[in-house]
Design a protein around this ligand. Structure first.
Ligand SMILES: [Zn+2]
Ligand SMILES: [Zn+2]
Length: 399
């Protein structure tokens, strides 16, 4: 039986299991770096399949390894890493489904329950088709995507070595795309979601005597205005950047000029060049305006995830496997990037990588809520698409 037919034959049974996994995990959501129950469920499924793994990586992370048995003599067997995230969000789920969250205030509102279950389905198929590929598949279940990110500490612990990983793939459910379809975009896909904090130190006093003070509130207004101009006047319109000042804190009463004002914001871009430009210029603008008004300022810029850049060649290969599996009509090429962040970006910095958007929308079923929303849900049949395409790609890539 050829690879494609083998996947088709196993797909129905594997998809039923994946739905079962998803409902179990969905009803027991856990916050970032606390995915203990989820991780032990994943380990139990891997144990049941006799797939070897290392667990407790970077906390709750798991790396399972499936070695192919075909082409043993190949000079350079390849290793493909497939990654899923496991964490949920601090949101109270609004749902009347029987498998809704039992953990009040915590919810799988980003579909990571589906990602984990899809990867377990892929484990099942690859494990049963070891005679159909050479090299090695590494299946990575990572913690903490929604907060500081489990990808980097897992990479730091060595999951890209022994055997050396040649390429990495991941998927994310997308409620803007109909179930049954997926979208592949080469190049920039997610932004670097960095944080900054500016503290303006002026000199406080009576609101009636501003001439005796250095008013940090007025200075902050100028800084915020200048930061908006920074994006519109200094960033090439064909590049992308967002600066949002999300909090500003200063003052206690209408007639008092405070000593300090503190503001925090997010600065996002799709390339490393724009990223380092923003990092430098936000500080220069804030310091420059403060100097103009005889104030001082503290500036902190916290780099979170890097921009996620999909490898062009690998995107092309994945597109071919996807077309073969679900038909060209169901494979969307290109489209826009998002200014949200995604810590799979750390994989894309280290190896050729692709993250694919998997449609999970179903208007007829009323499944249209955006991710991170209390009513978010998926059309579970999307998992079959994810399992089929990624299994096909793994078998194609590992030959
Ligand atoms: Zn999310
Ligand atoms: Zn997510």
């Amino acid at each position: 039986m050829d690879k494609h037919n083998f996947i088709l034959k196993s797909l129905d049974a594997v998809s039923i299991n994946a739905v079962r996994h998803r409902r179990f995990i969905h009803s027991r959501p856990e916050l970032s770096f606390n995915e203990y129950g989820t991780a032990s469920y994943v380990c139990k499924v891997l144990d049941g399949l006799n797939i070897p793994y290392v667990n407790n990586i970077a906390g709750t992370g798991i790396c399972a390894v499936i070695h192919g048995k075909a082409n043993k003599s190949a000079a350079e067997p390849k290793t493909l890493l497939l990654r899923a995230d496991m964490d949920a969000l601090p949101i109270t789920e609004v749902s009347d489904k029987e498998y809704k969250s039992q953990n009040k205030g915590v919810m799988h509102a980003c579909g990571h329950d589906a990602h984990t279950s899809i990867l377990l389905g892929i484990c099942e198929i690859l494990n049963a088709s070891r005679d159909k590929f050479g090299g090695c598949a590494k299946l990575v279940f990572q913690p903490g995507e929604e907060t500081s990110g489990g990808a980097k500490p897992m990479i730091d612990s060595g999951i890209l070595e022994n055997p050396n990983v040649d390429a990495c793939i991941a998927l994310h459910v997308d409620p803007e795309i109909d179930t049954g379809k997926l979208r592949i975009k080469s190049g920039s896909l997610y932004a670097s979601p960095d944080d900054f904090k500016i503290t303006v130190h002026g000199r406080g006093g009576h609101g009636a005597e501003p001439e005796k003070c250095v008013d940090p509130i007025v200075i902050s207004a100028d800084i915020i205005h200048a930061l908006m101009n920074l994006v519109s006047r200094e960033i090439n319109p064909f590049d992308n950047a967002v600066i949002t000042v999300g909090s500003i804190c200063g003052g206690t009463a209408s007639n008092i000029i405070p000593d300090t004002v503190e503001m925090t914001g997010t600065a996002r871009s799709l390339t490393n060049d724009v990223r380092s430009y923003l990092k430098r210029r936000i500080g220069e603008v804030a310091r420059g305006i403060c100097a103009t008004y005889n104030a001082q300022c503290d500036y902190e810029f916290t780099e979170l995830f890097p921009p996620l850049i999909n490898d062009a060649e690998l995107s092309e290969k994945l597109y071919k496997s996807a077309c073969k599996t679900i038909g060209t009509n169901n494979c969307i090429l290109g489209g826009n990037a998002t200014m949200a962040g995604e810590d799979f970006a750390y994989f894309s910095q280290e190896r050729p990588s692709v993250l694919v958007k998997l449609g999970c929308r179903n208007e007829a079923m009323g499944i249209t809520a955006p991710i991170h929303h209390s009513s978010f849900d998926i059309d579970e049949s999307c998992m079959k698409t994810g399992i089929a395409v990624f299994s096909q790609f793994a078998l194609d890539y590992l030959g």
